[in-house]
Design a protein around this ligand. Structure first.
Ligand code: SOE
Length: 397
């Protein structure tokens, strides 16, 4: 049967995009929101279907699948990947598993969405890019989940920079601050173990701001100087692990804070700060860009707003002004509420799902691609190398 053209089709008539998701914790829940809602609010060429959810604990995965609306469950990701009633594999597991799962999923002909950071090492990320390129020739699509690109104000900032409203860029300033590690009794979860997470604040939060910096500037970072710290070096082992009853501690093997500077080939300079020790900061992501003709500033705590300073205006009444990014012609706003009603964090995942469905239907490389994820990985790795050398320090006697 020929499929109706999507604009003429009712939602039920559109060809399904059967999603199989691996992992169902925080990111899994966020991605589920994306898959559930994208087709309801946007006119998509394919209809996302929550086909299968995979996790190792059978009872727990069934419970979440039931609540979130996934049709079936699996306890082995390999079984999920082998299923021929799955079109896309969505990877929401810790970083140490991304490469293996993505390579296997691409090999079985699936499209792939992989959470950030793309991998734990540059070598893994390179292998993933190679596999994604080969898969692209076969009509498959592979995307990495840097969701903050999908905040409408960030997408608008990118558009304004590309239009030349800031002129030549000089400064790109990004901070991503959380405080959940300030408490020294916070347990040693997987995010604090190098063998699972790859790195700490650097890979978790730094990956986001490196991606945003490169996306907004429209060019890659070509050099860095870094400084990392692990303030609390031992933490209680989580309750479920042996030894916890007697209050055993285990070593924290990742950074808690990463500061770095970067340079772009154009001559613009960037500063980055990623921390889990910024007391009082819960999920504070801020961006400011200064160019020869103007500046832009964004704060995730006020994510419906973008601050813009037009440096060509007479000084007398110039200043940063607030753009409320809720107009129908702002990025992604065509699917949402009337002006002023506002969006939130979860909408970034809905927009991510929307963009990925379009890329699949059009057979084009999505943004951010695995190659974009690899470029971020290269920057993170260079920061670690620089921090190990302590090259940022010129000692002062
Ligand atoms: C935890 O630090 C975390 O959930 C990150 O892993 C996400 O990528 C970020 O968006 C919010 O914080």
């Amino acid at each position: 049967m020929t499929q109706p053209h999507h604009e003429d089709a009712t939602t039920a008539e559109k060809p399904p995009l059967r999603v199989g998701m691996i992992g169902y914790a925080f990111m899994g829940a966020a991605h589920t929101q994306g898959w559930l809602t994208a087709g309801r609010m946007f006119d998509l060429p394919r209809r996302p279907v929550l086909a299968a959810l995979c996790g190792r604990d059978e009872a727990a995965v069934r419970n979440v699948a039931d609540r979130h609306g996934w049709a079936t469950t699996e306890t082995d990701w390999r079984a999920l990947i082998e299923r021929d009633d799955i079109d896309l594999v969505d990877i929401c597991t810790p970083g140490n598993t991304h490469a293996e799962i993505a390579l296997a999923a691409l090999a079985t002909g699936k499209h792939v969405l992989c959470e950030k950071p793309l991998a734990n090492t540059v070598a893994e990320a390179e292998a993933m890019v190679e596999a994604a390129e080969a898969a692209h020739e076969r009509g498959q699509v592979a995307m990495v989940g840097f969701n903050y690109r999908r905040v409408p104000a960030i997408a608008l900032a990118r558009r304004m920079i590309a239009e030349g409203r800031l002129g030549t860029l000089r400064h790109v300033r990004l901070t991503y601050l959380q405080d959940w590690l300030v408490d020294p009794t916070f347990p040693l979860t997987w995010r604090l173990r190098k063998e699972m997470a790859g790195s700490g604040a650097l890979g978790d939060l730094g990956a986001h701001i490196v991606d945003l910096g490169q996306y907004l500037a429209g060019e890659p970072v070509v050099g860095v100087s870094g400084l990392t710290r692990t303030f609390v070096r031992e933490r209680p082992l989580p309750g479920s692990e042996p030894g916890s009853a007697d209050g055993s501690l285990g070593p924290v093997t990742v950074d808690g804070t990463a500061l770095f500077t970067g340079r772009f080939a154009s001559g613009a300079v960037a500063s980055f700060e990623a921390s889990r020790f910024a007391t009082g900061r819960k999920n504070s992501l801020r961006v400011e860009l200064n160019g020869e003709r103007g500046s832009l500033a964004f704060d995730l705590e006020r994510l419906n707003e973008l601050a813009y300073h037009d440096g060509t205006e007479p000084g007398e009444h110039a200043g940063f002004r607030r753009i409320l990014v809720t107009e129908p012609d702002h990025p992604y706003l065509d699917g949402w509420w009337p002006p002023g009603h506002g969006l939130g964090y979860e909408h970034t995942f809905i927009h991510q799902a929307r963009d990925l469905v379009h890329a699949i239907a059009e057979g084009r490389r999505p943004e951010p691609s695995f190659a974009d994820g690899l470029q971020v990985q290269r920057v993170l790795s260079a920061v670690e190398e620089s921090a190990e050398k302590d090259s940022v320090y010129t000692p002062i006697d």
